[in-house]
Ligand binder design. Structure first.
Ligand SMILES: Nc1ncnc2c1ncn2[C@@H]1O[C@H](COP(=O)(O)OP(=O)(O)OP(=O)(O)O)[C@@H](O)[C@H]1O
Ligand SMILES: O=C(O)[C@H](O)COP(=O)(O)O
Ligand SMILES: [Mg+2]
Length: 404
């Protein structure tokens, strides 16, 4: 069912959004794209007489439990999202520091049509990431209708993204406008893309994405690997990576990928040089070294100038470009050079080579905005892992749950 076909008037509508936005040390949102892109669905529901209950995750609180074993409710709270959300929604937003408990239920009960309530981080419950039925049922009990517009989390089979939908029949659930737009944006890359197709993958979620790379072999002619991902490959090839972010248990996957690519005729481009820092800080002493020759006291924080040139040359001749994951720690200006240069190269190929370029991911979008180039690429997606899995040809659990 499409959102516009749902009867929402006078109904309590539970909307799963992806407000997993980047925050700085003072909890300021450094990029609000995911909130801006959720706004059309929220506005439509308000205008059509719904009471809107929003839920989202933020970060990975279960992976960073406090010493006493409990979740850090302060660090991972969704409260910092409220003001920005109010700006986009054009009205006041109520917030409860609770998701399914008594406080949440009371706030939902009191919610009137035309009002918005934001619930606290769904990942404060251990059952969320396990797709727990009881948790999903408690979420479903809050509302009459369920709308999933959390494209960035649609590849997760979690209680709030997938299981919850089972408690609504087909007339009472749908995607939001953002998911619909994302599916359309991916369509051009999925169906007969113009070749050469280049996938650029970087960022920090190595174990999440290294297996996806293998699937990209069938899809892409070229795969460019940067960001922290590259150091796991370097290590697999016997290189020295110092204190760089690596996943030692994924080196076999890295080697397997390189072999498969060779057999398959897909070209893999790895950095040949890297910008290293003494510490994970902007003002740290830095140096440019060859890939695989990082000293013990150093960590790789960006790609180097020769890699920038190599990668840019490949991008310049591409006709279809998919980019997920920054080339370095772009949040620190001294290590944003590689990411900015690749953003420039992608924008240039879009303009001068008539390439279709799609860039996705919470932090990747933040990076392209920071480079001031988001209006010079073909499509900006709010999904990183979600977009990669979609392009791999998978039906995303968050989408399958609405269809079934
Ligand atoms: N060399 C590096 N060392 C450490 N962190 C890095 C390095 N290169 C990039 N990063 C970090 O990777 C993070 C982004 O990676 P991530 O995989 O989350 O991308 P994304 O675009 O947000 O995709 P998704 O939406 O799937 O999360 C950034 O915070 C960036 O600082
Ligand atoms: O940022 C993202 O890619 C989504 O919000 C999903 O987050 P996750 O990788 O922690 O599930
Ligand atoms: Mg991210």
């Amino acid at each position: 069912m499409n959102l516009k076909d749902l009867n929402v008037e006078g109904k309590k509508v539970l909307v799963r959004v992806d407000f997993n936005v980047p925050l700085d040390g003072e909890k300021n949102i450094t990029d609000d794209t995911r909130i801006a892109k959720a706004a059309p669905t929220i506005q439509y529901l308000l205008e059509n007489g719904a009471a809107v209950i929003l839920m989202s995750h933020l970060g990975r609180p279960q992976k960073k439990l406090k010493e006493d074993g409990t979740v850090d409710r302060e660090k991972f709270s969704l409260a910092p999202v409220v003001t920005t959300l109010e700006d986009y929604a054009g009205c006041q937003v109520q917030f409860v520091p609770d998701t399914i408990g008594e406080e949440a239920k009371a706030a939902v009960e009191a919610l009137e049509p035309g009002q918005i309530l934001l619930l606290e981080n769904t990942r404060f419950y251990a059952g969320e990431e396990k797709g727990d039925e009881d948790l999903a049922k408690a979420m479903a009990d809050l509302a009459d209708v369920y709308v999933n517009d959390a494209f960035g989390a649609a590849h997760r089979e979690h209680a709030s993204t997938a299981t919850v939908a089972r408690f609504f029949d087909a007339d009472h659930k749908s995607f939001g406008f953002l998911i619909a737009a994302e599916l359309e944006g991916a369509e051009k890359l999925l169906n007969n893309p113009n070749h050469p197709v280049t996938a650029i993958v970087g960022g920090a979620k190595v174990s999440d994405k290294i297996l996806l790379l293998e699937k990209l072999l069938d899809f892409a002619d070229n795969i460019i690997i940067g960001g922290a991902m590259a150091y796991t490959f370097s290590l697999a090839q016997g290189g020295k990576v110092g204190n760089s972010l690596v996943e030692r248990d994924k080196t076999d996957n890295a080697m397997a990928l390189l072999k498969k690519a060779e057999a398959n005729g897909t070209k893999i481009y790895l950095p040949v040089d890297t910008k290293v820092g003494k510490e994970f800080a902007n003002e740290t002493p830095s140096d440019i070294v060859k890939a695989g020759e990082i000293g013990d006291e150093w960590e790789g924080l960006d790609i180097g100038p020769e890699s920038i040139k190599n990668f840019s040359d490949v991008i310049a001749t591409s006709k279809s470009i998919l980019w997920n994951g920054p080339m370095g720690v772009f949040e620190m200006s001294n290590f944003a050079i590689g990411t900015n240069a690749i953003a420039e190269a992608v924008a240039k190929a879009t303009k001068e080579n008539d390439a279709y370029s799609l860039i996705g991911g919470g932090d990747s979008v933040s990076a392209i905005n920071q480079a001031g180039l988001s209006d010079q690429v073909s499509f900006v997606s709010t999904g990183g892992g979600a977009m990669l899995e979609l392009l791999e040809g998978k039906e995303l659990p968050g989408i399958a749950a609405i269809k079934s």
